[in-house]
Ligand binder design. Sequence first.
Ligand code: NAD
Length: 401
Amino acid sequence: NPLTRIPRYASTSGQQTVLVVLYEGSMLILYCLIILKRSSVFSKGGDAGKRNKNILGCVENALGLPKWIKENNLENRLKLVVTSDKQGENSVVEKTLPEASVVISQPFWPCYLDNKRIDKAKNLKLAITAGVGSDHVNLEAACKRGITVAEVSGSNVVSVAEHVVMQMLALVRNFIPAYKQVINGEWDIAQIADKARDLENKHIGTVAAGRIGLRVLQRLKPFNVHLHYYDKFRLDKSIEKDLNVKYHSNVESLVKECDIVTINCPLHPETEHMFNKKMISLMKKGSYLVNTARGKIIDRDALVDAIKSNHLEGYAGDVWYPQPASKDHPWRSMPRHAMTPHYSGTTLDAQARYAAGVKEILENWLNGRPQREEYLIVDKGRVVSNAYTEGDATKGHSGNK
Ligand code: NAD
């Protein structure tokens, strides 16, 4: 077995190429320009990544790695290739993959490491997610090749949980149309009130109660709502009691009871298109769906149909497939949504945490030290994270929307 020949925690020698794939600082400004095009602050242009050194997750600031390499005299051991250029045969990613020992990428601007790319990346030993969620890596291929897949678990879970609650409120209180009225110089209260409700007394359920799902439940408790969850693993009895949360042993049972459903599980073959036409049809008529987990957990077109036919009252989230989403992605233009580009887990606070985590993982790898257990998704040819079901999770993804 070739895997047994891979030394477990051998320290590295010689100079290693680290390919870092991030979004551009200017890309962020582009979004700001679209959203806030009347703001003179932004319309003067400038470059957010250059102006704000705390946007660590962009190409300009490269997770603070250049400074860290210099401070630790690692110039002879690490050669950094930092880019956002990931599409097409001539992209920097494609050209650098054959020599890269490490690929660092982010869910917000994922470097999809599919079978073909992993094949091409002959020297790849470590794939790091600067954030949480490693579905952009084909885990089966990583297992076969003995590539370690690690992420900075926990780094942005508060950031996402806050975003979930914000988007729930945006939908239920009908915030987006109300905000648009202000921008457009209108004042039509009845038009907004027609679809504005309170969270109080609603039944709200999370699909998965891991780090994010649990934090969503905790944040919702003071709203005096009825809480529900489904997960492969049950929470401690004391937590269930404290939150007064009802456990469902399957998703179907949860969606039938809830006015608002939030998705907080990882994307793997068991969860891909979990919310297909059939599952969405089981949701209560007039209910809301919030998904900050991964775009592919939902069947793209089934969702559009459910919104257009008024079966669902509204949809919000920040995850798409593929990313960045195309200009004509149907979720952009469907009615009654409160979507954002994928940024919930990349607040300035989160960036500081995951940038530190990436350095910790790199340092351990360079020195042959074990990684923190909770950071590991694939190790020594096996899926080791509970979040990604071993066996099924290694099959890779099939759908293209
Ligand atoms: P976690 O590992 O703490 O929790 C995941 C939970 O999902 C676990 O409790 C696990 O048992 C459960 N689960 C896995 N497969 C399941 C299945 N088939 N059915 C039911 N439950 C299942 O992870 P987390 O930190 O809570 O993050 C969850 C996901 O959220 C990530 O994998 C990622 O896709 C997404 N995420 C998004 C952002 C963002 O910026 N939008 C940021 C962080 C994470």
